[in-house]
Design a protein around this ligand. Structure first.
Ligand code: 5AD
Length: 436
């Protein structure tokens, strides 16, 4: 029997794609290896969104090649594979195979070629590819990532994804619903719908609102999340579907990227600061307990101190509950590469540090106020340290609770007893006590 070891970097779609590759290879008789040591095939599923993501992978490949032995294969897959293609084969002699996100169906043949000593880069776009017939081999657990849309047709000037993942395409609604109905039978009660601009989902006859309603109607689906939406694709229809579908969780991750209108324009984001705030207002009116997280880039080309100050003030004005912050990283071939006024690295780093401080302080303040509240939490998995279990609330708060490992997949009412500033500790609220 052949064995496959896979390591995943980057976004949730990469996690889902790795499960897909395991599915493709399971069909071909492979079993999963937990470590690279004895694996016949090692795959590294990569991210290309920022330079440091790629550096990490290069470093890791240096380590993985030491696990290679006669006949074993090291492959690079994912967005960095698509971006660099044959260049990766030239630069890293230990790499036997390079496959982009539309080529996973052909992994068995590609591996056979690699085994015969032919080093290949498979980076063709296949804009029809949904892997509809391939059953993913998912991590066991109560939650599942379900890709509903691949690729991206937006042209944000900083972003490499349109190049690495090709044109936007949506799966048919009935295929998504069918998949999720089957997942429920395996013990899954929470799904996260994935797409680059997931709320622009359209299958020709159904939009994202229809999809939310249809998934919400699947017996056994208790929670729906989705990532990442695009601000202006939150049409009134989509917001209405969110508010009236009980399974849709009260949390949205809505990347804003900048709080400055001139920067947003250079980024080719299709909204202003005011329009973004209006969308948040509509979401909060429809779902009053919704929490909001975001992505922000500091040091985009041409960003002045005054423009950066507008981003800092947006953190407060938008009352974000959390934010992922990034220093702009120039990506070869993107339109922003050619913009004037690239920000010096030390300036960008200093801005990023200031932004992180503001975000952390605000998250801590928001979370401190929540101590004492009771929330429904889904027990997900053992926490990394100690014997506590990690659970997640509908508003996407993580809380550590003292329940047996056998409670994975169960929903409990949990009282927040404390916070580190980002995550919570909690105690199980017994139903009888909750009434008192
Ligand atoms: N530099 C820095 N951050 C980036 N992101 C995407 N492209 C870049 C880049 N070139 C960030 C955005 C996006 C998140 C996934 O990564 O904030 O929302």
């Amino acid at each position: 029997m052949k064995s496959i070891y896979i390591e995943t970097y980057g976004c949730q779609m990469n996690v889902a794609d790795s499960e897909l590759m395991l599915g493709v290879l399971a069909r071909d008789g492979y079993v999963r290896a937990a470590t690279p040591d004895d694996a016949d095939v090692m795959l590294v599923n990569t991210c290309a969104v920022r330079e440091n993501a790629e550096q990490r992978v290069i470093g890791r490949m240096g380590e993985l090649q030491r696990h290679k032995r006669a006949g074993s294969i090291l492959g690079v897959v994912g967005c960095m594979a698509q971006r660099l293609g044959p260049i990766l084969l030239e630069r890293v002699p230990a790499v036997d195979l390079v496959v982009g996100p539309d080529g996973y169906r052909n992994l068995p043949e590609l591996l056979a070629h690699a085994r015969a000593g032919e080093r290949r880069a498979e980076v063709e776009y296949r804009s029809w590819e949904h892997y509809e017939d391939i059953p993913q081999l998912r991590e066991p657990g109560p939650t599942a990532f379900v890709t509903v849309q691949r690729g991206c047709d937006y042209r944000c000037t900083f972003c490499i994804v349109p190049t690495t993942r090709g044109p936007e395409r949506s799966r048919q609604l009935h295929d998504v619903v069918g998949e999720i109905a089957a997942l429920v039978h395996t013990g899954i009660s929470e799904v996260t719908l994935l797409g680059q601009t997931v709320n622009s989902y359209h299958d020709g006859s159904h939009g994202f609102g229809d999809l939310l309603r249809a998934v919400g109607a699947v017996d056994g689906v208790r929670r729906i999340r989705f990532t990442s939406p695009y601000p202006t694709d939150f049409t009134p229809e989509v917001i209405e579907a969110m508010a009236t579908t009980p399974a849709v969780c009260e949390h949205v991750h809505l990347p804003v990227q900048s709080g400055s209108n001139s920067v947003l324009k250079r980024m080719l984001r299709r909204y202003t600061r005011e329009r973004y705030l209006e969308v948040l207002e509509q979401l909060r009116t429809a779902m009053p307990s919704i929490t909001v997280s975001t992505d922000i880039i500091a040091g985009f080309p041409g960003e002045t101190e005054a423009e950066f100050a507008e981003t800092v003030s947006l953190v407060t004005d938008a009352a974000f509950d959390d934010a992922y912050t990034f220093k702009y990283s120039v990506r070869e071939g993107t339109p922003a590469e050619r913009l004037k006024g690239h920000v010096a690295d030390d300036v960008a780093s200093e801005r990023l540090a200031r932004l992180i401080a503001v975000v952390r302080a605000q998250t801590r303040r928001h979370n401190m106020r929540r101590v004492g509240e009771v929330h429904e939490a889904l027990i997900e998995r053992p926490a990394k340290r100690g014997d506590l279990m990690l659970a997640r609330t509908r508003q996407n708060y993580l809380v550590l609770v003292d329940v047996p490992a056998s409670a994975v997949g169960e929903y409990r009412m949990v009282r927040f007893t404390g916070t580190t500033g980002s995550t919570f500790t909690g105690s199980i609220e017994h139903p009888a006590l909750a009434v008192l």
